[in-house]
Design a protein around this ligand. Sequence first.
Ligand SMILES: Cc1ncc(COP(=O)(O)O)c(C=O)c1O
Length: 368
Amino acid sequence: MTVPFREATIDLDAIADNVRHFRRLTGVEVIAVVKANAYGHGAAASAVAALAGGATRLGVAEIPEALELRRQGVHAPIMAWLHAPGERFEQAAAENIELGISSFDQLEAASVVASVDRPVAVHLKFETGLSRNGIAPADWGRVLAEAARLERIGRLRVVGLFSHLSNTSLDDDRAALSKFEEGVAAAASSGIRPEIRHIAATAAAIEHAEMRLDAVRVGVGIYGLSPFDDRSSAQLGLRPAMTLRSAVAAVRRVPAGTGVSYGYDHRTERDTTLVLVPLGYADGVPRQASGKLPVSIGGRRFTNVGRIAMDQFVVDVGDTPVSIGDEVVLFGDPTLGLPSAADWADAAGTINYEIVTRIGARVPRRAS
Ligand SMILES: Cc1ncc(COP(=O)(O)O)c(C=O)c1O
């Protein structure tokens, strides 16, 4: 079998199983978060897998992501919550996209494109301490009164009330939840009866039963990754969906003292074999991990040497026999003995979210 030059294999069954896991664990609706090309896993295929696993709604950041899913034939409810300044919501309304609303102006813009026979579905987002978007508490009264009026005249349907947590500490998240509950109570006094309230993403969905409410918006967890530093995917009952592979592009036997890659940050200490892996920072291999990046070749773990370049990096395999075309697994499921996205994150000083999300467009995704 020829080994792919570069490839991210996506285990769609793992995505479906991970969603099933969250359905069982929480007992509430799972909104599968498939923004940013499903954290690098491929938006449409991941969305379909998540729906097969029991998700009933999809979450994306921006409207173009939602429209692309529609273009790819995904008909499930989709919500989008981060809008361009001055967004008019025309296409979103035409494609039946549910809108996360963070301001009075957004509410008005949504109502303009609604009609009585086709009200726009919205989720009102309360700012509860993350200091990003969301309706500021000082505006809750005005926005809720207007949303209730628009609902009464049939231009709007308030499907959801939601917020997002900072995951700073249990106390901070509880404070955010209680602020959110004030918003829910204010909405009720204005006559708004949403179908769902949602505040928890992966971490709170796992950790805090009281924050699951009516739905959880799960991103990193459905891709089988842990949102915690101190617990692995397997400890959470999750299976990583992405395996990043490549084929050795060159093999070179070199003497001691040979400089490797730009700037000669590394010189070989003895006669050794250097192998070239054809992925670089253009493909999402973090340059900050230079000299620390773990990979698996022929079932053995090695660490890269020298600087990671745009298209390639070098691994010192010592005297291990390696040939051009041999498979390199860059990361995957650590229960199979492979480096994990979390190992890469440690090497790069970042989080596993960023590792998978930044795998570049030049790396083909293949469903497995
Ligand atoms: C509003 C919102 N909800 C849910 C998520 C999913 O978060 P996680 O990947 O931690 O589950 C995100 C991701 O950043 C988000 O921005």
